[in-house]
Write a protein that binds this ligand. Structure first.
Ligand code: FAD
Length: 463
């Protein structure tokens, strides 16, 4: 069988590459050994967001009296129904992608693919072995949950994010190892449904890869509910006790023991680089993933890699963008990946979103910076929402005022952040942001106020 572009993996990296290639008139074959949509649609972005939305609605209903509403009767989570809703959403999205692929005449081969030479992919399909000749190959095989090399990590009850999305029943107590994005999103979900959640994070704050002011605010919000956190702490072993697990935790103040019914390991993801035939074909592989240049090409001409398998920013939109860039280069259109405007979002309640440099990175790379903050305490829209715990932080170059970073904790932060992305794309300044009229009352107004604050001129803050 002959094709112009063969793609291994149908996650957001692979399937977007396939659609873009078809759009450009190429003959495309995509190989997937599990489910179209990859981690993102099936066991990542979409199912977590479906559960987070159920959690948010539940919390809002439980707090109805804060909005002047009297609920007669109780509001309780119906876990099987919540899971069914999540599965309905996933099914609908996956079938939408399948329909798009069909309409674009992308050939989808069900099976596990591996390279046998720089232009040949061998696929183990349910019907037997198939060989595919391709001018270009795109590796989009994604990632899987990292495991902890910990005594007891194989015990029953130790789960990963995939298992956490389909629990038969809710545990009474959940210990989450890892306070990154996945850890805090699951803490938000399970706490809302009545689970007593504890997070143990090795570093000194939650969301350690984001701007240093974000994690502590998220932590305060989680504490206001019932979530416990142990920072600068490490789970050193897990043991079975009764019907549950006992975690030994090394903290700064000595060792402690935490009992839980389930332990969710959320300590990052490993690239799927094994058994792809890469070494034999000469594709360079590192422990963190497949290195690529800005054109998404590996060291082997004509072989590209995109998404989580490259070990860069493990985000669905980065995978998709990489897919488009790889295809455009393969087909001679030329493009390169720029991560300058990539947002990172955390869908807790309230949401967290960032684009550009953190304050720490900005201080390291620029001689002079300005930081403008606007607390949502002073936002009319946030007050009407009933959530004014967040803030907006704008970081700009000292002299020119060119935007370097935008960080938000607010309801709908993930929708607000793109103003910062566009500003970064256009090399806009805090003056440009301030000149842009924002509707009133909106949460977006707070971005303008933070930009003004960076210039020492916020209107709705005491001087
Ligand atoms: P994947 O989505 O992992 O897809 C790779 C596909 O390749 C898989 O379907 C796999 O079966 C297939 N495959 C692997 N090897 C082979 C082979 N040899 N032959 C054939 N097929 C193969 N990102 C966000 O941007 N926003 C979020 O809100 C978000 N939430 C997340 C929540 C969770 C719980 C998790 C786990 C991840 C989340 N992510 C989120 C990350 C996001 O899911 C990934 O960055 C994204 O799915 C990566 O896309 P990909 O195409 O590189 O790989």
């Amino acid at each position: 069988m002959q094709t112009q572009i063969a793609i291994l993996g149908a996650g957001p990296g692979g399937y977007v590459a396939a659609l873009r290639a078809a759009q450009l008139g190429a003959r495309v074959t995509m190989i997937e050994d599990n489910a179209v949509g990859g981690v993102c649609l099936n066991v990542g972005c979409i199912p977590t967001k479906a559960l987070l939305r159920s959690a948010e609605v539940l919390r809002t209903a439980q707090n109805a009296k804060n909005y002047g509403l009297r609920l007669t009767g109780t509001v309780e989570p119906d876990w099987p129904a919540i899971l069914k809703r999540k599965e309905r959403i996933v099914r609908r999205l996956v079938s939408g992608v399948v329909a798009l692929l069909r309409a674009a005449e992308v050939q989808v081969v069900e099976g596990r693919g591996r390279l046998v030479d720089p232009n040949t992919v061998e696929v183990v399909t349910p019907e037997g072995l198939r060989r595919l000749q391709a001018q270009h190959i795109i590796l989009a095989t994604g990632s899987r949950p990292a495991q902890l090399p910990l005594p007891g990590s194989n015990l029953p009850g130790v789960i990963d994010s995939t298992a956490a999305l389909s629990l038969q029943e809710l545990p009474a107590r959940l210990l989450i190892i890892g306070g990154g994005v996945i850890g805090v999103e699951f803490a938000d979900i399970f706490d809302a449904f009545g689970v007593r959640v504890t997070i143990v994070e090795m570093l000194d704050r939650l969301l350690p890869l984001m701007d240093a002011e974000l994690g502590p605010t998220v932590e305060r919000n989680l504490h206001r509910r019932r979530v416990k956190t142990y920072l600068s702490s490490r789970v050193t072993r897990l043991d079975e006790v009764g019907n549950g697990l006992l975690a030994t935790v090394a903290t700064e103040n000595g060792e402690l023991a935490i009992e839980a019914d389930l332990v969710l390991v959320a300590v990052g993801r490993r690239p799927n680089i094994e058994d792809l035939g890469l070494e034999a074909v000469g594709v360079r592989v590192e422990r963190t993933g497949i290195p690529v240049d800005q054109r998404m090409e590996t060291n082997m001409p004509g072989i590209y890699a995109v998404g989580d398998v490259t070990g860069g920013m493990q985000l669905a939109h980065v995978a998709s963008l990489g897919g488009e860039v790889a295809v455009e280069n393969a087909l001679g259109h030329g493009n390169s990946l720029s991560l300058k405007t990539v947002p990172a979002c955390v869908y807790t309640d309230p949401e967290v979103a960032s684009v550009g440099l953190t304050e720490e990175q900005a201080r390291q790379t620029h001689p002079e910076i300005r930081v403008g903050r606007f607390p949502l305490l002073a936002s009319g829209k946030a007050l009407t929402y009933g959530d004014n715990s967040g803030f907006i932080k704008v970081i700009s170059k000292g002299r020119s005022g060119e935007l370097l970073g935008l960080h938000i904790i607010a309801p709908h932060a993930s929708d607000l952040i793109h103003e910062g992305g566009l500003a970064l794309a256009l090399d806009a300044t805090t003056e440009d942001l301030a000149k842009t009229v924002h509707g009133h009352p909106t949460l977006g107004e707070a971005i303008r106020e933070a930009a003004l604050a960076a210039r020492g001129a916020a209107i709705h803050l005491p001087s």
